[in-house]
Ligand binder design. Structure first.
Ligand code: F3S
Length: 283
């Protein structure tokens, strides 16, 4: 039998667990009203399907809420721009806000920074819903960078005051490199490291385990940014296989590996991790 080692802090983080529990409570207690989720509840297809089977209706935009029926709309843990709250209020749509408190804190920081006339630098992926949400709290004025190269190409204005925040799931090393560079430019700069500790601890545990095993299996959604970051971190150290569920491992040849490490992204439910571990033990 293979030796399977599980990284500490694999799977649901505090914010996702909280959001999923809140959504479950709504679905269980409000059976006679329509419960919508604005965007997939988490970046995990299997978990979203499970909740949809309980009655959750996933929508892309507020206009998809059927206002003729009694309903409420869940805002997911990634958070949304301020305009979404305003729109819901103007349409009298009740909101169940599962935005992670750590993301809420960034909304507050950038909104205050913008009020104080600071230019907001937001480090992260401009297409990620969390980043889109944060940007919406500083009137969509944030300067968004993902990589150091983009920062190097940007023409900064030394008369301005800059406030830097980051997406909660940003790679710490990338963040440090960018800050180090920005600090050489002689700008008026204040920096808030808003990387979530859950991400930091999970990434560190994955890094450490990668050094002790023959192969790493990273479980999580293909669209989950924090999962894909774990894949990158592990693959820099050891052979790494990225899967969504145990089904994805059916054609993988594990014969050359004795010690298998497992980690999982913040939106991977426990039951999917357990199924994968059981499969790995017998492969
Ligand atoms: Fe929140 Fe951190 Fe998770 S920001 S959603 S606890 S990764």
């Amino acid at each position: 039998m293979k030796e399977v080692l599980i990284a500490e802090n694999a799977g649901f983080c505090f914010g996702v667990k909280r959001a999923m529990n809140m959504a479950q409570k709504e679905l269980e207690e409000k059976k006679d009203i329509s419960v919508y989720a604005l965007g997939p509840l988490i970046h995990n297809k299997q978990a979203v399907e499970k909740y949809e089977n309980m009655g959750l209706i996933t929508i892309d935009k507020i206009d998809d809420v059927n206002q003729n029926l009694e309903s409420e709309m869940i805002i997911r843990s990634h958070g949304v721009p301020k305009i979404t709250y305003d729109e819901a209020e103007s349409k009298s749509i009740d909101i169940v806000d599962t935005t992670c408190p750590f993301v809420k804190k960034i909304h507050y920081i950038v909104s205050k920074g913008e009020e104080e006339n600071k230019s907001i630098i937001l480090l992260g992926d401009s297409n990620h819903p969390e980043v889109i949400g944060i940007n919406g709290w500083c009137k969509d004025k944030a300067i968004i960078f993902k990589e150091l190269e983009e920062v190097k190409d940007y023409d900064f204005d030394k008369t301005k005051e800059y406030l830097v925040v980051s997406q909660t799931t940003m790679n710490e090393k990338n963040f440090d490199n960018i800050i180090e560079y920005l600090e050489t430019l002689g700008l008026k700069l204040s920096v808030k490291n808003t990387i979530c500790s859950a991400t930091r601890v999970r990434q560190q545990a994955a890094r450490e385990l990668s050094q002790k095993v023959d192969v790493m299996v990273v479980i999580g959604g293909k669209h989950s940014s924090n999962t894909q970051k774990l894949v990158k971190i592990c693959s820099e150290i050891v052979d790494t296989i990225s899967i969504e569920t145990k089904e994805d491992m059916k054609d993988v040849d594990f014969s050359g590996y004795n010690k298998i490490g497992v980690t999982a992204g913040a939106s991977t439910p426990d039951w999917i991790i357990e199924e994968a571990i059981e499969f790995l033990k017998t492969c």
